[in-house]
Design a protein around this ligand. Structure first.
Ligand SMILES: [Ca+2]
Ligand SMILES: [Ca+2]
Length: 202
């Protein structure tokens, strides 16, 4: 029979196992060298690590933790208030034909039958009129295929944060990359302020 003492001595997912009693089958020719052989196994007795579900650091209060950013777009600036806490993402604002982005890869929870992305967006612009010059897109990449789920622009400016939602039910249980990307034209800045993201299920 096997002994498991070494499992206690060497708490690891990998350990060596040996046998103290040999009971070969009748007529089975087993040499001493074969009996004494030490077998090395790798058996993982640890509880499987559940996949990371839902967004991490959705309020940016831990800075860029969990996020991939293009440009210095996450901070606790005082130029604008955060929607909650003191940190938020601030894209655009340069009026120089530039792109900013913030993205995170996570697994959409599979519990329930619906998954919803909640986020707060405030847009302030120096543009006037109803022509779209500067855009802000919400995109999801799933298995190499990128889909734009929502598009906003300078024409959606507001004086405060607006609560927005997106249906992620079609991505339940999948690892996706959620990306917010701003693109400004060469003149007149537009600020895209993003905060308080979460994924809820029902
Ligand atoms: Ca925040
Ligand atoms: Ca502009």
């Amino acid at each position: 029979m096997a002994t498991f003492d070494n499992m206690r001595q060497y708490p690891s997912s990998s350990f060596k196992e040996w046998f103290t009693v040999d009971r070969p089958e009748t007529k089975l020719d087993m040499t001493a060298a074969t009996r004494d052989r030490v077998y090395a196994h790798t058996i993982d007795y640890r509880t499987a690590t559940p996949p990371t579900t839902g967004l991490a650091n959705g309020g940016f209060e831990s800075g860029t933790t969990g996020w991939t950013i293009t440009g210095n777009v996450v901070g606790n600036w005082t130029g604008y208030p955060a929607q909650a806490g003191s940190w938020f993402a601030w894209l655009g604002s340069r009026g120089g034909g530039t792109t900013d982005a913030v993205s995170q890869t996570f697994t959409v929870p599979s519990t329930g039958s619906t998954a919803t992305l909640n986020y707060h967006l405030r847009i302030k612009t120096a543009e006037t009129g109803t022509t779209v010059y500067d855009t802000f897109k919400v995109q999801v990449t799933d298995g190499g295929s990128t889909t734009t789920l929502a598009t906003f622009s300078n024409t959606n400016a507001s004086n405060g944060y607006v609560a927005r939602t997106l249906n992620l039910s079609g991505y339940r249980g999948k690892s996706i990359t959620l990306r917010f990307v701003s693109l400004e034209d060469a003149n007149l800045q537009t600020d895209f302020l993003l905060d308080s993201l979460s994924v809820t299920t029902s």
